[in-house]
Design a protein around this ligand. Structure first.
Ligand SMILES: NC(=O)C1=CN([C@@H]2O[C@H](COP(=O)(O)OP(=O)(O)OC[C@H]3O[C@@H](n4cnc5c(N)ncnc54)[C@H](OP(=O)(O)O)[C@@H]3O)[C@@H](O)[C@H]2O)C=CC1
Ligand SMILES: N[C@@H](CC=O)C(=O)O
Length: 404
């Protein structure tokens, strides 16, 4: 029987998950591919930390050793950051090897370049694991929604942030306690700054935007904010109003621009993201024919991510059909729902149109509508509420919370 030989970059949460999944699913893979899948070598940074039982697998911290392995069919990238991963993947493609990557930071910045190099060399790229871990959003957008056009993508894209927000609200953990648990469970990046400051979700939004629209959102239309400023008092206060904090990324195609907002919002029980808890992610895609499609599942962790990598491996043979970019579609004015916001009372003077104010929330906050066209600076200090709120019920509240 033929063999598919794999070289693996990285042996952390994802790398180990991929290795174990290859072992556990060997029979199924052979049925699907008609070939045995064999791990030939693994590259790590610090070799002293690692041991691989199977002595036929090369374990090395020397990339030259890994690249000199013969007959490698696929290089799987499970290391962190843009470099050296980008150089390794370019080298693999130059050698005529297919690549699969879980590294969203690398792919958000260099995906285009890798795709055109891969086309030139006639090899395939899998990057399902870069967004939403086990959720098959990349294949859905690139293979299953080709006639449909995408108007808007909205979702919870970072498992660590969602895990922290759920743990603080449900279990009363402090931010640091919840982050520590997310690290122990393998959800958080080695530098969790990317997770909690919103950059990880932003990288994923860039990958989705490039896939859906053929380009990234412009910087002047991008709002990027993480969850580090959210306090337990705010979480409890809004929870008592039936509102939950969620870290949501939104990419919207409007006439002449693609805008991107990655920020914490408040979500009411009427909104589908309300029930997305802990390490789950959810991605809602608004399409022209099928309407709104929402995919939800485990967005971080060893096996969900390994699942995406292994499914990519099976799809590699069919990777050459590229999606057609969808330039000529955007949200019509009547499709944009009225938005609802809570903002600190001191920002009232910055509002261009005072008619947008609907009322007060305690003594510290205002409730306003449709701030989408207000300055990024103002929106940076406000909280959007998804799914609507019962205005008459909460306007009379005396209790207050400081939001910014
Ligand atoms: N964890 C998750 O849930 C998900 C992670 N990802 C992405 O997958 C990738 C891997 O994540 P994860 O497994 O969690 O990260 P880990 O930190 O657990 O593992 C990273 C691995 O990469 C190795 N490595 C780092 N730098 C180098 C280098 N310069 N040369 C060789 N090896 C190197 C490390 O080696 P050593 O062990 O020797 O230090 C380690 O084995 C990242 O890009 C991440 O963003 C994507 C989806 C989900
Ligand atoms: N650190 C990431 C892992 C998956 O991409 C997250 O928490 O979502």
């Amino acid at each position: 029987m033929d063999v598919i030989r794999i070289a693996l970059l990285g042996y952390g949460t994802v790398g180990k998950g991929v290795h174990q999944t290859i072992q556990l699913q060997q029979e199924r893979l052979q049925t699907l591919l008609g070939k045995r899948v064999e791990l030939a070598g693994v590259l790590v940074k610090n070799i002293n930390k690692h041991h691989i039982e199977d002595s036929s697998v090369l374990l090395t911290d020397n990339c030259e050793e890994l690249f000199s392995l013969g007959n490698i069919h696929v290089v799987i990238d499970a290391i962190v950051g843009r470099e050296p991963g980008f150089s390794y993947l370019k080298r693999a493609i130059q050698n005529g090897t297919h690549i699969i990557t879980a590294n969203k930071e690398l792919f958000a910045h260099h995906g285009r370049e890798l795709k055109s190099l891969a086309d030139e060399k006639g090899v395939s790229i899998g990057y399902e694991a870069t967004v939403g871990a086990g959720i098959p959003i990349i294949q859905t957008l690139s293979k299953l929604l080709q006639v449909n056009k995408v108007k808007r993508i909205q979702g919870i894209l970072n498992g660590t942030s969602n895990f922290i927000l759920s743990s603080m609200r449900e279990k009363g953990l402090s931010f640091q306690e919840a982050l520590k648990e997310a690290q122990e469970k393998g959800y958080a990046e080695s530098d969790p700054g990317n997770d909690i400051e919103g950059r990880d979700a932003y990288f994923k939004a860039l990958v989705l935007s490039d896939l859906a629209y053929g380009k990234k959102p412009e910087e002047e239309h991008t709002l990027l904010k993480g969850i580090t400023d959210i306090t337990i008092e705010q979480i409890n206060y809004f929870s008592s109003l039936n509102l939950r904090f969620k870290h949501v990324a939104e990419i919207v195609k409007a006439p002449g621009k693609i805008s991107c907002a990655v920020r914490p919002v408040l979500v009411s029980p009427e909104h589908p993201l309300y029930q997305v808890e802990y390490e789950q992610n959810a991605i809602a895609v608004e399409t022209t024919i099928a309407g709104r499609i929402t995919l939800q599942g485990l967005g971080a962790g060893m096996y969900p991510t390994a699942s995406a990598v292994i499914e990519d491996l099976v799809q590699l043979e069919n990777q050459h059909s590229q999606p057609v970019w969808r330039e000529d579609v955007h949200l019509e004015a009547e499709e944009i729902e009225q938005s609802l916001w809570i903002l600190p009372i001191r920002l009232e003077k910055q509002l261009k149109d005072k008619k947008k104010i609907l009322g007060k929330l305690g003594s510290k906050c205002l409730i306003a509508k449709n701030l989408d066209e207000e300055s990024l600076e103002l929106r940076d200090h406000a909280l959007e509420v998804l799914g609507g709120i019962d205005l008459p019920q909460i306007q009379g509240l005396q209790k207050s919370v400081k939001i910014s």
